[in-house]
Write a protein that binds this ligand. Structure first.
Ligand SMILES: C[S@@+](CC[C@H](N)C(=O)[O-])C[C@H]1O[C@@H](n2cnc3c(N)ncnc32)[C@H](O)[C@@H]1O
Length: 268
């Protein structure tokens, strides 16, 4: 084991929070972008999209035009295009968005901040945002702005589907993990810290690419915010959504205190 890896494993003290959380600026989804799809190679995106389609059937929506919001490298949007939808992706990270065109099928995409969306009114039927992307919005006013912009962009009979990590997940150190014993060319060691007073989880991420051109080390610091269910529903109502439902991740069951991921469905 390299010294740097060992040191990562030993570090336990909680680092201080930076004074401000204005975005962008924590180096999130920059260096990691070129490795993201490899890192997510075991993520069952196809099954996630099956679940999204099951939610659409349950809520009797048949969208054609889809926005994959905070699309990252575009895996969800590309899967939707493959199933016959007209999808586009938006994400804050230019390095992530760059990979949308290499998906199969490619996902048309652009850089945009979800907190201040500029969507043409009634231009999409479904907005989908998966993999706790909206937890990355750290200020409640930013999440409200996201819902308001989404509402404007959705047509009549539109639907918003997104998932959030719960406080339980962020408190329990979901992100503290490493693959240092694997044979993967991209090694990582992550440590997460929970700040209850700010409802924030800070994740210190260390990576080392040991494939061609390596070794190359890099670090990113990510933050996610935990939003109580009541606050999310209040914001959805303020944004104009008339009806919303919550589900324990990938089921049709109600979320419980044990839920680590909650899906939200909001209707226009
Ligand atoms: C965990 S990744 C998930 C990406 C993608 N949804 C997926 O399922 O693979 C979170 C994504 O949220 C994006 N993101 C974070 N804050 C954002 C914001 N304010 N506006 C748009 N995208 C944002 C990041 O750039 C990143 O691509």
């Amino acid at each position: 084991m390299r010294f740097a890896q060992l040191w990562r494993g030993l570090r336990v003290a909680r680092p201080p929070l930076p004074p401000e959380f204005s975005r962008p600026g924590h180096g999130e989804f920059e260096d990691v972008a070129e490795h993201y799809d490899r890192l997510m190679s075991t993520v069952p995106y196809r099954r996630w999209v099956d679940y999204v389609e099951a939610l659409l059937r349950r809520h009797q929506r048949q969208p054609r035009r889809v926005l994959d919001l905070a699309c990252g490298t575009g895996r969800v949007g590309a899967e939707l295009i493959g199933r016959g939808y007209e999808a586009v992706g938006l994400d804050l990270s230019e390095p992530m968005v760059r990979y949308c065109s290499s998906q199969y099928p490619p996902l048309p995409s652009a850089v945009m901040d979800a907190r201040s969306l500029a969507l043409a009114p009634e231009s999409v039927d479904l907005v989908v945002s998966l993999y706790d992307s909206l937890n990355y919005i750290l200020e409640p006013e930013g999440l409200l702005g996201c819902f308001q912009g989404t509402y404007v962009g959705l047509a009549d009979n539109g639907i918003l589907i997104f998932d959030l990590n719960t406080e339980l997940a962020l408190r329990a150190g979901l992100f503290t993990q490493n693959n240092l014993r694997s044979r993967e060319p991209l090694k990582y060691s992550w440590k997460s810290y929970w700040y209850p007073d700010r409802r924030l989880c800070r994740i210190d991420m260390w990576f080392c690419w040991e494939g061609p051109g390596g070794p190359k080390e890099f670090e990113e610091v990510h933050y996610e915010r935990a939003y109580p269910n009541a606050q999310v529903e209040q914001m959805l109502a303020t944004a104009g959504f008339s009806e919303f439902s919550t589900y324990n991740g990938y089921t049709f069951d109600r979320p419980t205190s044990e839920s680590d991921r909650v899906f939200y469905v909001a209707l226009t």
